[in-house]
Design a protein around this ligand. Structure first.
Ligand code: GRG
Length: 307
């Protein structure tokens, strides 16, 4: 029947995510054992192994498998992406950046270990990420590994995540300057968030042996999915804030933050998220639908998530 032919109907996304989160967590634990010097490894592991949705590593593994590669080939890069994500959150929470005392429901890294250790643990995670790709990737040519290292460095560096953070700081942090426009908000999100998802998909695709066109399709898929993540985040912020009004105060509310709903209204924001999902899904059209099922479902999940 038509229903059975649609991979959206057969694919058990929840089970898939739980399984992938589990194997990524095991790989991360093994990639960064608690060893001497203990203090710095404790600080690194505190943030690396504190939960989280593991979206970047899962995108990386799924892109690799989609183009016919082995999951194990992409695992070191998947772990590296999560190390980079963890360090960016640690540094983002510092008093000189966003000054947040809580992360994933626990005290932020600097609250537990002190600012000086957090800065160093962040640098150490960044270095460890690249070391891990270089040392532990198996089964592909050195050219592909070098391409992945270059792609990751470029996408997080001064034209990537760092550019997004600088633009955000210029706006007073987290888009707080109220006169910024849609173009600036989009610039921040494309660089702070979409760039890491893009690096994840491209790394997985390269390691899986994708051709140029497949890499570009997955690049576009991940940029749309990454931007959509932020649009949906902004929509959820509005819904949460109005639900929580009276329960929380100050920083938890987003009264002073520029968001898509504030700039274009809630209806247009929802339509925009749907458009981004359609654009992301279109990129997967040329692939085997069964193999593309995880990435199809991941974009759907980002579009429809409730928290
Ligand atoms: C050198 C990479 C690097 C960074 C230094 C501090 C900084 C510059 C950049 C900040 C980047 C940042 C905090 C981006 C936000 C990304 C984002 C969408 C975070 C939320 O991700 P989730 O919801 O978090 O996937 P979990 O907890 O699920 O992992």
């Amino acid at each position: 029947t038509q229903q059975a032919a649609n991979p959206r109907n057969k694919f058990d996304f929840r089970t898939y995510m739980l399984e992938k989160i589990n194997i990524v967590n095991q790989a991360l634990d093994a990639a960064l054992p608690l060893q001497n010097p203990i203090k710095i490894h404790e600080a690194m592991r505190y943030s690396l192994l504190s939960g989280g949705k593991r979206i970047c590593p899962i995108v990386c593994l799924a892109a690799c498998q989609l183009v016919g590669g082995d999951e194990s080939t992409a695992m070191p890069s998947a772990c590296a992406l999560e190390m980079i994500h963890a360090m960016s959150l640690m540094h983002d929470d510092l008093p000189c950046m966003d000054n947040d005392d809580l992360r994933r429901g626990r005290p932020s890294n600097h609250v537990v270990f002190g600012e000086n250790v957090t800065v160093l643990a962040g640098y150490a995670l960044l270095a460890r990420a690249f070391e891990h790709i270089a040392d532990s990737t198996r089964g592909v040519s050195p050219e592909k590994i070098v391409r992945v290292i270059g792609e990751l460095a470029r996408l997080i560096g001064p034209e990537g995540v760092v550019a997004g953070q600088v633009a955000d700081l210029r706006c007073g942090g987290q888009g707080r300057r109220l006169d910024i426009g849609l173009e600036q908000l989009e610039y921040i999100h494309l660089h702070k968030t979409a760039a890491s998802v893009e690096a994840s998909a491209v790394a997985g695709a390269v390691l899986g042996g994708a051709c140029g066109e497949e890499i570009e399709r997955l690049r576009k898929y991940s940029r749309c999915a990454g931007l959509m993540f932020q649009v949906v985040d902004d929509i959820l912020d509005v819904t949460k804030s109005s639900e929580e009004l009276g329960k929380t105060s100050g920083k938890d509310l987003v009264a002073d933050k520029v968001t898509y709903p504030k700039l274009i209204g809630i209806d247009k924001s929802k339509k925009y998220a749907q458009k981004l999902n359609r654009e992301a899904q279109e990129q997967l059209n040329g692939f085997d639908p069964e193999k593309a099922a995880p990435l199809i479902a991941l974009a759907d999940y980002i579009a429809h998530r409730q928290k």
